[in-house]
Ligand binder design. Structure first.
Ligand SMILES: Cc1cc2nc3c(=O)[nH]c(=O)nc-3n(C[C@H](O)[C@H](O)[C@H](O)COP(=O)(O)OP(=O)(O)OC[C@H]3O[C@@H](n4cnc5c(N)ncnc54)[C@H](O)[C@@H]3O)c2cc1C
Length: 387
């Protein structure tokens, strides 16, 4: 069975490994040469994403490129601590979330895909209207502006600016009072958006200013940020010590995509559901594992497989059954995740009244309801999904 994966970001590289595990011949086509891609900042992998990486045999290598972050603290604009919760895991789960540069995650996944026998062609943009002859499966892992999604359904929703943009950077020599404790992910709900910062084991601080702005910004420089966060002491002190600044990223929202697959083509990762909210990469890795498992099981069941029940054959019926199964297995979880992402975005873009309400309500929510509200997310364990 021949599979083409479009895009070698998190979703594409992870899918290549999973499809190789299912026995497919895999070619990945990536438009850019540089694995850091469009978003050169850091991200966190939650326990569910790390367990999905276990299934791909990459969790250890990926964790080695980053550092563990056991807890998360939320702060109000006034500097008041609103709550402390376990970061990206249930309280009783010893597996800590891992924070690393997105580009390093992609590098590890691409290396694992190559070791697994996938071919990766970089510097070439794939045209979904010109799928090579003999292709049994096309995986659209081409991100939020997916051309594969448009080809699959010309009426599919298009992304729109979410009223939020991020600028992230690295700071060194941040005063101890602002840098906070290592192993803690800090989120400040500031007057003009959110401010995230986390201390690396070597003492450097990774930060990200997530600015609420109804219009796409024309100025995202440090001076402008200093002005926007001038009333909050910690963001100001962290940004004042900046030694490296990454390219800004606009956040986008996408309405629910009704069509994820058509029996030969399937969407994974941000192409299908850009959830962000500390879960975009974890969900993309889960997609890859569930897709690989569906393909392997449907191929074994020999559904319509003219190649004799092995993914080495052309397996048209097995692919169609696998894609329908992937859609069924992923849809409810991602729909729920999209609602959580939307609520998180609202908290970051709240106006002065909403922000004051949040400051009053959040401590109660974090203390009494957080575990119950997020437990479902971390309960899924795909670590053994690929045998
Ligand atoms: C500021 C920011 C912070 C984030 N923080 C987190 C976080 O903490 N935790 C988390 O889990 N997620 C986070 N996310 C989300 C996460 O980065 C994404 O969900 C994840 O990277 C999606 O991966 P993807 O492979 O689906 O898409 P992408 O990373 O967009 O990759 C798509 C790839 O396809 C390629 N491509 C596109 N079109 C074509 C074509 N026609 N032919 C060939 N190649 C093509 C692109 O070059 C790209 O490499 C964050 C996102 C942003 C913007």
């Amino acid at each position: 069975m021949k599979a083409v994966v479009v895009g070698a970001g998190v979703a594409g590289a992870a899918s290549a490994i999973a499809l190789r595990r299912a026995g497919a011949e895999v070619t990945v086509v990536e438009a850019y040469e540089d694995p850091a891609g469009e978003v050169g900042s850091f991200l966190s992998l939650a326990s569910n994403g790390l367990r999905a990486l276990d299934a791909l045999g990459c969790a250890q290598a990926v964790a080695g490129r980053g550092f563990e972050v056991p807890r998360q603290r939320m702060w109000g604009a006034s500097g008041r601590l609103l709550g402390e919760v376990p970061r990206g895991r249930r309280a009783d789960d010893p597996r800590n979330s891992v924070t690393l540069m997105r580009g390093h995650l992609v590098e590890e996944l691409r290396a694992a895909a190559l070791r697994a026998g996938a071919e990766i062609v970089t510097g070439r943009r794939f045209d979904p209207e010109a799928v090579p002859e003999g292709t049994d499966l096309v995986v659209g892992a081409d991100g939020i502006r997916s051309a594969v999604r448009r080809a699959l359904d010309p009426a599919a929703p298009a992304p729109r600016y979410a009223g939020l943009y991020s600028v992230s950077g690295v700071s060194e020599g941040v005063p101890r009072s602002a840098a906070a404790e290592p192993g803690t992910f800090n989120m400040t709900f500031a007057r003009n958006g959110a401010f995230v910062h986390v201390v690396r084991p070597d003492g450097a601080v990774w930060w990200s200013a997530q600015v609420a702005d109804a219009r796409e910004p024309s100025d995202t420089g440090l001076e402008r940020l200093a002005e926007l966060y001038r009333s909050e002491r910690v963001p100001v002190e962290v940004m004042r010590a900046t030694t490296a600044l990454h390219r800004p990223a606009l956040h986008h929202v996408l309405a629910e995509v009704p069509r994820w697959q058509d029996g030969r083509t399937v969407l994974v990762g941000d192409a299908a559901h850009p959830v962000g909210a500390g879960q975009g990469a974890s969900m993309a890795i889960e997609d890859a594992v569930v897709l690989g498992r569906a393909l392997r099981e449907e191929t074994r069941a020999g559904r319509g497989d003219r190649g004799g029940g092995s993914a080495g054959g052309d397996g048209e019926g097995a692919v169609a059954a696998a894609l329908a199964r992937y859609d069924r297995e992923r849809r409810a979880r991602l729909t729920k995740m999209a609602r959580v992402a939307s609520a998180n975005r609202d908290a970051k873009t709240a106006g002065p009244v909403g922000r004051r309400m949040n400051e009053l309500i959040m401590p109660i929510v974090f203390r009494h309801f957080y575990e119950r509200a997020t437990g479902w997310l971390y309960a899924d364990d795909l670590s053994r999904a690929l045998g």
